[in-house]
Design a protein around this ligand. Structure first.
Ligand SMILES: NC(=O)c1ccc[n+]([C@@H]2O[C@H](COP(=O)([O-])OP(=O)(O)OC[C@H]3O[C@@H](n4cnc5c(N)ncnc54)[C@H](O)[C@@H]3O)[C@@H](O)[C@H]2O)c1
Length: 389
């Protein structure tokens, strides 16, 4: 990687995610020193230690960490309910900030984050919507922008998690809305970000049905794959002792329909315990179909023209990698952004729109109605422009 100097970084919330990312980025050649971290119980530290990466000074709080700056980057990887608080505190630091997705957890937090970033952080906040960096997603965006399937008419998208992954979510802090926001917010804000970028418009109205029928005390007796021991051991901050869902209040399966401002219509089906894992977006356009399979890491473009050639591609991520090479690609994107070489692939606005889209879906579910998204965009645009809504 091209760097003008070794980067001195600091971490707030050294959990599984930043542990995994930092070690992938280190293997990719990012030359950094982890100067220190704030975390009451850093779940990700062993992941770094395995690769001989020091986790630096353990600071008691964010103020103590920032007092030891400046850093070339402060990274926020705490549970979602702490993002806004950690972002607000870190904006006092003059340098770049990386914050994990979802950038925040509620509508009010989204408008507040937009206001804070406009006032104090413009151009130096990077949101970890890692799928934007995935080679397969980049290739699909290029082909769509070049008109490979004409205009998109409608989309069907899925995310069906294997049982071990669902069990992890049911044990982890993500099981409660007060910490995670919602199942779909935490898990599929990536999908709604990229699909919005592909569609080229914001949602106008949404509806949703969902609930919990998998991780319930009644179904806990059924034998289930709880995942490898490491996943159980690293279930993280405020983990539940089992997957009974006893204090879980987010959905474990949910469907949504979304209509976009340019007329594109989309359906999304998510499930946290499927015998066949699937994460697939099927985009039907006026001149063909583009299908992305993020489990197999394949992209297919099928023209409507019967004699047209079907194009099929398959990417291979690094061994043991679960993001199809996206972590490695994001490491390059992040270093390039820090070095001022190129813009980071996803904007703060796009990450707020993705989050608000899923929040509208969850509101539609909670209130049993079709939600009109226009007020959300009016409030977001006002917050970003610095005017009253
Ligand atoms: N981009 C991705 O693909 C991806 C994947 C997984 C997680 N994430 C995001 O990363 C973030 C962390 O998720 P995770 O899976 O690493 O969770 P985790 O539970 O493994 O890690 C969270 C860490 O935050 C720490 N923490 C708790 N309270 C804290 C506080 N007050 N101050 C500082 N640290 C505190 C915990 O001790 C823990 O080490 C979440 O926002 C999640 O949505 C992103």
């Amino acid at each position: 990687m091209k760097q003008s100097k070794r980067h001195r970084i600091a971490v707030i919330g050294l959990g599984m995610r930043l542990g995994m990312f930092l070690r992938a980025a280190h293997a990719e050649g990012w030359d950094y020193e982890l100067a220190g971290h704030v975390d009451p119980s850093p779940v990700g530290a062993p992941l770094l230690a395995e690769q001989g990466i020091e986790a630096g000074v353990a600071y008691p709080d964010v103020a103590a960490l920032l007092a030891d700056g400046p850093f070339d980057l402060v990274m926020i990887g705490s549970p979602n309910h702490l993002h806004l608080e950690h972002l607000r505190a870190t904006l006092d630091h003059p340098g770049p900030i990386f914050i994990e997705k979802p950038i925040v957890r509620t509508e009010a937090e989204s408008f507040e984050a937009a206001r804070l970033i406009r006032e104090r952080g413009d151009g130096r906040v990077f949101v970890g919507l890692v799928a934007r960096s995935a080679p397969i997603v980049r290739a699909a965006l290029e082909r769509l922008d070049a008109g490979a399937i004409g205009d998109i008419v409608s989309i069907d998208a899925t995310e069906h998690l294997p049982p071990a992954h669902g069990a992890y979510l049911a044990r982890n802090w993500r099981r409660r809305a007060e910490w995670g926001g919602s199942y779909m917010l935490d898990k599929v804000c990536h999908d709604f970000d990229i699909l919005r970028r592909m569609i080229g418009a914001r949602p106008t109205r949404v509806a949703s049905f969902g609930g919990r029928r998998i991780f319930t005390p009644e179904s806990a007796k059924v034998a289930r794959d709880e995942g490898p021991a490491i996943l159980r051991r690293l279930s993280g901050w405020n983990a539940a002792p089992d997957t009974s869902g006893a204090d879980m209040d987010v959905t474990d399966h949910q469907v949504a329909i979304v209509e976009y401002a340019n007329g594109v219509r989309l359906s999304f089906h998510s499930n946290t315990c499927a015998a066949v894992a699937e994460r697939r977006w099927n985009l039907v356009g006026t001149r063909g179909v583009l299908t992305i399979d993020l489990v197999q890491n394949t992209l297919a473009i099928t023209p409507l023209e019967p004699r047209g050639t079907i194009e099929q591609f398959r990417w291979r991520g690094p061994a043991g990698d679960s993001h199809g090479g996206a972590d490695q690609a994001m490491a390059h994107d992040l270093v390039a952004a820090l070095e001022g070489e190129r813009a980071f692939p996803v904007s703060v606005t796009a990450s707020l729109v993705a989050g608000l889209t899923v929040m509208a879906i969850d509101r539609a579910l909670a209130e049993d109605r079709i939600v009109d998204c226009a007020p959300l965009w009016a409030s977001l645009d006002s917050a970003e422009a610095g005017v009253a809504a």
